[in-house]
Design a protein around this ligand. Structure first.
Ligand code: AMP
Length: 291
């Protein structure tokens, strides 16, 4: 497994971005490249994306970079979990070909000033309380797409809104790659896997479990024939622990993420939530499949 980082390339006088481009140029032209962008602190959710890429591509590139552009003032940029040594071990085990560890200064050198303006989609759900979040995500993802020129890029539906926005960017900017959506992976008890879960103490973890319980209740209501988004939401919210600080719980259109009043059974919907539990911001969602 090739590891590319600024510290590894410093002796050679090249930047890590040049090293990736060199790696790319040396590959046979027919090699299909799969890219898995992450912020590290890898868990089974990330590994499921890598395994899928491994199964579908000739070369799998994993990126690890805690992207400052997607954190707002007062958010957890500095305390975000960083476990590079374990990540490298896990990447080796699942058969990654190249791991690239991003460097802030190299990606956002002094004078960096270009920004991306996103569609309405990015103001909804998480965008309402984190107005710069998706612009920061798309900025780094677009940079990675240019650096790696992948054939396929793998994203998890844990971050459903993010995946939909990235698909929109790829369409709108005619980017020549396929976005592959991968299912959300949960702990056996239902908690959605997230790098931030390590910050939950046992009491907060118990409270966090009520997030997935709420979503499971929503899905149950939907399956049993209810199609009023409001009623599904009301029933779901009954599951939430009183300690959970809810940011939003919305039943939305699967494509444009607009809030729904009534769900069309032929189209289904997605129920999305964000909440702070024990000081940790968590997101989760569940598909209400067409029925
Ligand atoms: P992150 O490191 O949190 O930025 O996530 C990197 C990628 O892994 C994103 O595409 C996420 O959607 C995906 N991911 C994170 N957690 C999960 C999960 N529990 N299930 C599936 N994919 C996930």
């Amino acid at each position: 497994m090739k590891i590319v980082s600024t510290s590894a390339t410093a002796d050679t006088g090249t930047t890590s971005i040049e090293a990736v481009r060199h790696w790319h140029r040396e590959l046979p032209g027919d090699h299909r490249i799969g890219l898995v962008p992450t912020m590290g602190a890898l868990h089974e959710g990330h590994l499921s994306l890598i395994r899928r890429a491994r199964a579908e591509c000739d070369q799998v590139a994993l990126t690890i970079f805690v992207n400052p552009a997607q954190f707002g003032p007062g958010e957890d940029l500095e305390s975000y979990p960083r476990t590079v040594e374990q990540d490298l071990e896990a990447a080796r085990e699942v058969g990654v070909d190249l791991v690239w560890i991003g460097d802030r200064q190299e990606l956002y050198p002094d004078g960096f000033s270009t920004h991306i303006e996103l569609p309405q989609l990015a103001q909804r759900l998480c965008g309402a309380s984190r107005p710069h979040f998706f612009a920061g995500v798309c900025l780094i993802v677009l940079k990675l797409f240019h650096i790696f020129a992948p054939d396929r890029a793998y994203f998890g539906d844990k971050d459903y809104q993010q995946r939909v926005i990235i698909e929109c960017m790829v369409r709108d900017l005619d980017l020549d790659l396929e976005v592959v959506a991968c299912p959300l992976i949960r702990e056996p008890d239902g908690l959605a896997l997230s790098s931030r879960n390590v910050h939950l103490d046992p009491a907060a973890r118990e409270q966090a479990l009520t997030l997935s319980s709420a979503l499971f209740a929503a899905e149950q209501q939907w399956r049993s024939g209810l199609d009023s988004a409001q009623k599904i939401r009301d029933r779901a919210l009954m599951e939430l622990s009183g300690e959970v600080e809810l940011d939003y719980f919305e039943v939305v259109d699967r494509n444009d993420l607009s809030a729904l009043e009534v769900i069309d059974p032929k189209l289904g919907a997605v129920a999305c939530l964000a909440a702070t539990v024990g000081g940790v911001r968590l997101i989760d969602n569940i598909q209400l499949e067409p029925r």
